[in-house]
Every structure is written in structure tokens, then in C-alpha cells.
Write a protein that binds this ligand. Structure first.
Ligand SMILES: [Zn+2]
Length: 180
């Protein structure tokens, strides 16, 4: 199996997170990993987990304009990284509320995809389909605009290829009628 790209944190990390001793590259669990010769700590750098939420209303999908990099000024589904202690469902619901002001109910899992589109992190992105059940649409947090668009005609530039693929899949799977 191909080893993954070297994570920038693994590249730069110099000291043990537990005891502060200098890290070394040691053979641990089958490959060379930054490890602590003093206390045995191993620096594992995993893909980050994130959730995105496709909020639908009839044949329309909700997109937000990103106020932060990557993809600032372009549009995408509300999304964000999983906080420690959260399930991915919780992440999806929280990000929807933060970026759109809407309380959503998750309907189903759309896809899980490995994204290489973030500049510094490999991301396992879990994408849910949801509907809004309460709240008032208002962009906030990492988004500065939020708008429903027909899935058949999205006249804005999207920040991520995986968002384009999801839209295409929704059109293919639901050639007419409501998406839910
Ligand atoms: Zn240590």
C-alpha cells in the first residue's frame, strides 16, 4: 500500500507532546514515525474528520459563500471539522446551525469521501442530506451568504470539486421531483 503524504505536523514536530523530550524517527507499528525515545509516545497523524450537510427544500439545495480559506468567496455546502467528543451527525447539525441559522434534521448519509482539497489536511468528509425544521436563514460564522439554488442550475462558483460531484449525483439520482 502506498504510504500517505507526509503530514506537515509530522514533518515539523520536534518535541514530545507528553514529556517534552526531543522526538526521533523510530520504527513503530510498521513504519518510521516521529516517536519519543524517553516515554514511548508515538505521533500519529491521521486524516481529519469533517461533516458536510446538503440541506434540501424540494429540488433546491442550500449553499453558503465561504468567508474563510480555503475557497474564500466561493460557495459550498455547510461543512466543518469534527470537534473532539462529537459524533459526525452532531458536527453536521452544529455546522448547519452555525453557518445558516437553521436547525436541521438529518435524513440520510449521502457519501463518505477522502478529500485532498484542503491545503494542509487530508480529510475524511462525511456528507449528510438534511432538511431544515426550524430557524431563520442567515449566514454567519465561516459563511457570509446563504442561498437556496435549484439543483439543476447552480450559477455560482463552487469551492470544492467534491461539492460539484455531489450536486451531479443528486441530479442523476433525482432527475425530477423532490430530492428528499
Ligand atoms: Zn515523551
Amino acid at each position: 500500500m502506498e504510504p500517505g503524504p507526509v503530514h506537515p505536523v509530522e514533518e515539523r514536530a520536534a518535541f514530545c507532546l507528553h514529556c517534552g523530550a526531543p522526538l526521533a524517527r523510530l520504527l513503530r507499528f510498521g513504519r518510521m514515525r516521529k516517536s519519543c525515545p524517553e516515554c514511548g509516545f508515538v505521533l500519529f497523524v491521521d486524516a481529519a474528520s469533517a461533516a458536510a450537510v446538503v440541506i434540501v427544500e424540494g429540488r433546491r439545495v442550500l449553499l453558503v459563500r465561504r468567508a474563510i480559506e480555503p475557497g474564500r468567496g466561493r460557495w459550498g455546502f455547510p461543512a466543518g471539522f469534527q470537534d473532539y467528543g462529537e459524533s459526525l451527525e452532531m458536527t453536521a447539525i452544529r455546522e448547519a446551525a452555525e453557518e445558516t441559522g437553521l436547525t436541521v434534521e438529518l435524513r440520510r448519509l449521502l457519501t463518505v469521501t477522502l478529500s485532498r482539497e484542503h491545503p494542509t489536511r487530508l480529510v475524511n468528509l462525511t456528507v449528510y442530506l438534511a432538511v431544515a425544521v426550524a430557524g431563520e436563514l442567515r449566514a454567519a460564522d465561516d459563511a457570509d451568504a446563504a442561498e437556496y439554488f435549484s439543483v439543476d442550475d447552480v450559477p455560482v462558483e463552487l469551492a470544492f470539486a467534491n461539492n460539484r460531484e455531489i450536486l451531479q449525483r443528486l441530479r442523476t439520482d433525482h432527475p425530477r421531483g423532490d430530492i428528499t
